[in-house]
Write a protein that binds this ligand. Structure first.
Ligand SMILES: NC(=O)C1=CN([C@@H]2O[C@H](COP(=O)(O)OP(=O)(O)OC[C@H]3O[C@@H](n4cnc5c(N)ncnc54)[C@H](OP(=O)(O)O)[C@@H]3O)[C@@H](O)[C@H]2O)C=CC1
Ligand SMILES: O=C1OC[C@@H](O)[C@H](O)[C@H]1O
Length: 386
């Protein structure tokens, strides 16, 4: 391997909240997290509204003055200096934006949920594979050091056989006051709703443990669900998914709500069960809030004296710090750089087939709840104005 770090040149598509957070993380020196084999360069950003908005964004995040500002996403996709594009538009636009970039020959990291439905995701995967481009859904949670450690712990069988996973991501919002009807969280025209926005994290924890760790070929879950709508817009405001994984018989409950909180009182963390509980025959591993940015887990050995085999771990809580003063989005960015450097079309930590399976589950849940997105949002036609 060369002693020079590999540089990945990023273009940022959209200039909203998460684009800002992600780009700031890209600009943090990787050595602050002990990474020396790769580095990131922000070479361009685009806004669909104006070049000046893109320029303000670049200035705001502290990008180098050489970074180019574009007033159209197509111009960004055509920039020969850009290796990979981070897509940070609302859900409704992911398929169109990601496809635009892939068709222009760019590697793509696309915010969650990957697309509005599985059919759209499948088409993006096919294009990326055909064109030998890297593609990944930006499920940043999977790349946190905590998540890597938990996966190793469970994968080594230290919890025994995992029989059940509970996962909940619910925010206690004053939905009417905070979101009204136009906000992307609840706006049907932007493919809003609890399931696609927050429930995808609950499903991520379920899938990491009960799907990703299955021996190959993996078997998808059998799914049932219930959903309550937010009357002013018709999106889902509360959704619960029950999953059975046939190869192990394990169950999962993945839930999300916009009206109640998984952790109503963060200052009294032990007053409510942990939002993620991984329950094995030898004990339980719980993950503290926020489950999308995980920094604390607890091990609870089963202490039933009648049991033949006992856990090889003690009761303990382990805390992690996000290094370098960032938000933690650089962990997924580092994975992108290593995959592109190594000529990989996808990440083994966040495989395309797994993102597709999660999209299929969400399709089924939306089908059961009669949640259909309007206009061309569910269409695979390209290009299509949405
Ligand atoms: N990983 C994470 O932790 C998080 C992920 N997300 C995901 O990131 C995506 C964006 O969320 P967030 O940054 O909060 O959203 P914002 O509303 O803050 O930003 C979205 C941006 O998309 C662009 N855009 C293009 N078309 C539209 C349109 N019709 N309506 C609104 N915006 C449009 C705009 O940028 P411009 O005008 O420059 O084109 C806008 O600033 C979502 O998919 C969300 O699920 C969100 C928050 C956290
Ligand atoms: O992806 C997300 O995670 C964090 C939340 O704050 C945000 O609303 C959601 O989109």
């Amino acid at each position: 391997m060369s002693s020079q770090p590999f540089t990945l040149k990023w273009g940022i598509l959209a200039t909203g909240g998460i684009a800002k957070t992600f780009t700031k993380d890209l600009l943090i020196d990787p050595s602050t997290r002990n990474v020396t084999d790769i580095r990131h360069e922000v070479v361009a950003a685009a806004s669909s509204s104006s070049t000046s908005r893109a320029q303000d964004f670049l200035t705001d995040v502290g990008a180098p003055s050489s970074a180019k500002a574009y007033g159209s996403y197509a111009n960004l996709a055509a920039d020969k200096n850009v290796d990979i594009i981070y897509i940070a538009t609302p859900h409704s636009h992911h398929y169109q934006n990601a496809r635009l970039c892939l068709e222009a020959g760019k590697h793509v990291l696309c915010e969650k949920p990957f697309t509005v439905n599985a059919e759209q995701t499948k088409i993006l995967i096919d294009i990326a594979r055909k064109r030998k481009l890297f593609l990944m859904e930006a499920v940043w949670t999977r790349f946190f050091p905590l998540a890597r450690e938990v996966m190793q712990f469970v994968g080594e069988g230290r919890l025994g056989e995992v029989k059940r996973v509970w996962a909940d991501l619910s925010f206690w919002n004053d939905v009417e006051k905070e979101f009204g009807t136009g906000h992307r969280m609840v706006n049907l025209d932007l493919a809003g709703g609890a399931l696609l926005d927050l429930g995808v994290y609950s499903l991520t924890w379920v899938f990491q443990i009960l799907y990703h760790l299955q021996p190959l070929p993996r078997t998808p879950p059998i799914v049932s669900s219930t959903m309550t709508k937010y009357a002013p817009t018709g999106c889902d405001s509360q959704t619960t998914v029950l999953l059975t994984f046939p190869s192990s018989g394990a169950h999962a409950i993945a839930s999300t709500s916009l009206h109640i909180s998984s952790v109503p009182s963060p200052s009294h963390p032990s007053a409510t069960p942990a939002p993620v509980r991984i329950q094995g025959t030898l004990g339980e591993l719980t993950i503290a809030s926020p489950i999308y940015r995980p920094t604390s887990y607890t091990l609870i050995p089963a202490s039933n004296a009648k049991r033949g085999k006992l856990a090889d771990f003690e009761y303990a809580t382990k805390e992690f710090e996000v290094e370098g003063g960032g938000h933690g989005m650089f962990y997924e960015a580092d994975e992108c750089a290593r995959c592109v450097r190594d000529g990989k079309g996808e990440s083994e930590v966040c495989p395309l087939e797994e993102s597709l399976e999660v999209m299929r589950v969400m399709d089924g849940v939306r089908g059961a709840g009669a949640l259909v997105y309007p206009g061309g949002l569910e269409s695979v036609e390209f290009p299509l104005e949405v």
